[in-house]
Design a protein around this ligand. Structure first.
Ligand SMILES: NC(=O)c1ccc[n+]([C@@H]2O[C@H](COP(=O)([O-])OP(=O)(O)OC[C@H]3O[C@@H](n4cnc5c(N)ncnc54)[C@H](OP(=O)(O)O)[C@@H]3O)[C@@H](O)[C@H]2O)c1
Length: 325
């Protein structure tokens, strides 16, 4: 099969299109013919071994390969068709069209990937192409996890910092569907897209400081690793909730103090990515509450270009690799 592989950590050019042996499913696995895979920030971080959260470095290096990547095929989020199932797999059948996550197994940059049937995979939304569906699980699963954690209610005000990214753009749509008033923070180039998704207010972080507005939000959802903890807490109304998707060690310690000594709360989490959440997303998509935001679809041999676009943020929406073309 054709696959994009990387045999060393480094710049986008370490990604190479090669012919490799197709994997075979064991009893509890599903073999998936991948049609599309999102090129994500996480894929870029794994490829270059450069992570925004520094305390992660050592455990990740041990897990992923000390001198070179242990798993040569990247790709954590995909859409495709079931090509074969193991003897113990009852929930999927050959020919099912799925979208989902490969988790730390990765491998969705190859024409075939073998995954445990227990991973978050669900029927592809009927109203989406494979490429559109592949752009949903990363942003959608993480956004849904955090929006549920926020316990948003209709009429509440939420500020989403980094709203134009994969997770942020899904959080905008989910928060709107929960009836919240959404203020999006990102750079000006992303404002038209975010307005289309229904944001009520927009702050261009390159020209304005959202913290100047003073306390006014019930929830702040923060996806920006470099943002100021003090600024995020300062714009919360009494009883407000701060959710951090990118916790630095200092944020975790300060969150303990905020929770103990103030009427505000701060939490950080790593989304679990469950099948139940993916099913909920599929329903929201088929009900017209969430759309997929694809900037570009690229053939496999342009994987390096895809990574460069993601790393330099020259995109408005997801970059999707069409696997097998
Ligand atoms: N906790 C979890 O479970 C979890 C799971 C997955 C990912 N993450 C982390 O969450 C982060 C976001 O993920 P993502 O996939 O949504 O990333 P992404 O697509 O790169 O989105 C980040 C967005 O933030 C914008 N941004 C950058 N600097 C900003 C600033 N100072 N103020 C406001 N916006 C700013 C970026 O725009 P420009 O750079 O173009 O300005 C981009 O639109 C990543 O760092 C990832 O590692 C956490």
């Amino acid at each position: 099969m054709k696959a994009i592989i990387y045999e060393e950590y480094g710049p986008p050019e370490v990604l190479q299109l090669r012919n490799v042996e197709a994997p075979k499913p064991a009893d509890d696995d599903v073999l998936i013919r991948v049609r599309a895979a999102e090129a994500t920030k996480a894929d870029c971080e794994l490829r270059g071994f450069r992570f925004s959260v520094k305390w992660f470095w050592l455990p990740l290096r041990i897990a992923l390969g000390i001198t070179k990547p242990r798993r040569a095929i990247l790709g954590g989020y995909f859409a495709g068709e079931v090509a074969a199932v193991g003897t113990n797999v009852a929930q999927f059948s050959v020919g099912d069209k799925l979208f989902g996550t490969a988790g730390l197994h990765m491998g969705a940059y190859g024409e075939y990937v073998v995954l445990p049937a227990t991973l978050a995979m669900a029927e592809k939304p009927r109203n989406m192409t494979f490429a559109q569906a592949a752009a949903v699980p990363l942003g959608g699963l993480n956004a849904l996890h955090f929006m549920r954690l926020a316990r948003l209610t209709a009429g509440e005000k939420i500020l989403i910092n980094g709203a134009g990214g994969s997770i942020g753009a899904h959080a905008v749509q989910i928060a709107r569907s929960m009836g919240a008033e959404v203020t999006a923070v990102d750079k000006a180039a992303k404002e038209p897209m975010l307005r289309r998704l229904g944001v009520d207010n927009f702050v261009d972080y390159q020209r304005e400081d959202f913290a100047q507005a003073g306390p006014q939000y019930d929830v702040v959802f923060d996806m920006v690793p470099t943002s100021s903890y003090r600024a995020c807490i300062s714009v919360l109304s009494p009883g407000g909730r701060y959710l951090c998707g990118n916790p630095r060690l200092s944020v975790m310690l300060r969150a303990l103090l905020t929770n103990r000594f103030t009427d505000k709360s701060a939490s950080f989490a790593f989304a679990k990515e469950t099948r139940e959440e993916l099913e909920a997303l599929r329903k929201m998509i088929e009900d017209g509450k969430i759309i997929s935001i694809v900037d570009r679809e690229l053939p496999m041999d342009q994987a390096s270009k895809a990574h460069r676009l993601v790393e330099t943020e020259e995109r408005c929406g997801a970059i999707v690799l069409l696997i097998g073309t």
